[in-house]
Ligand binder design. Structure first.
Ligand SMILES: CC(C)(COP(=O)(O)OP(=O)(O)OC[C@H]1O[C@@H](n2cnc3c(N)ncnc32)[C@H](O)[C@@H]1OP(=O)(O)O)[C@@H](O)C(=O)NCCC(=O)NCCS
Length: 148
């Protein structure tokens, strides 16, 4: 993993973010929304993971007082199942702790057992269900939570 780097997301990254976003989610965030997150949202922190200077994934978190909420995490499909998601999530969790977060939560599709597997590795537990949360297919969201 010597050739891997995690750094804050910048505006110049947004074309690649959009590409990975499209390959990863059924309902996607637009480039403009990411741009607003980077420029206007003081609570938002976004990171990209690069391998040999090529972006292979990204993630985002909102830090509000002592609450951390993961907004999204995605790894390029060609690079999944190789531990990069774990590296990125671990990095984000550490950043949240350094900034004073006392707990971290997120929503995940009930069917997304892959992502749930990642979150469980870091001690996140199901804390509730948001019924019909995802409007594209009315899927429930599982709220997962961990005390940091
Ligand atoms: C979720 C995601 C970021 C994981 O990234 P990744 O680089 O593949 O993750 P890792 O290789 O570090 O694997 C992390 C854990 O995920 C789980 N996992 C990975 N691939 C899996 C698979 N095919 N089936 C079930 N669980 C799987 C395992 O628990 C794994 O831990 P382990 O290898 O120690 O057993 C990636 O699958 C992704 O981008 N998915 C699409 C976007 C998405 O769903 N994001 C989450 C929205 S809430």
């Amino acid at each position: 993993m010597d050739d891997v780097m995690i750094r804050p997301m910048e505006l110049r990254d947004l074309d690649q973010v959009e590409e990975i976003e499209k390959k990863s989610f059924t309902t996607t965030w637009s480039k403009n929304l990411y741009k607003r997150e980077l420029i206007e949202n003081d609570f938002a922190h976004y990171f990209v993971i690069e391998k040999q200077n090529k972006m292979i994934g990204f993630c985002g978190i909102w830090l509000v007082l002592d609450e951390a909420q993961v907004t999204n995490i995605a790894i390029d499909p060609n690079y999944r199942d190789k531990g990069y998601g774990t590296l990125l999530f671990q990095y984000m969790l550490k950043r949240a702790m350094i900034k004073g977060a006392a707990n971290l939560s997120l929503e995940v599709r009930k069917s997304n057992t892959q992502a749930q597997g990642l979150y469980k590795k870091f001690g996140l537990q199901p804390a509730g269900i948001r019924k019909n949360y995802y409007t594209d297919n009315n899927e429930d969201a599982i709220v997962m939570w961990v005390k940091l």
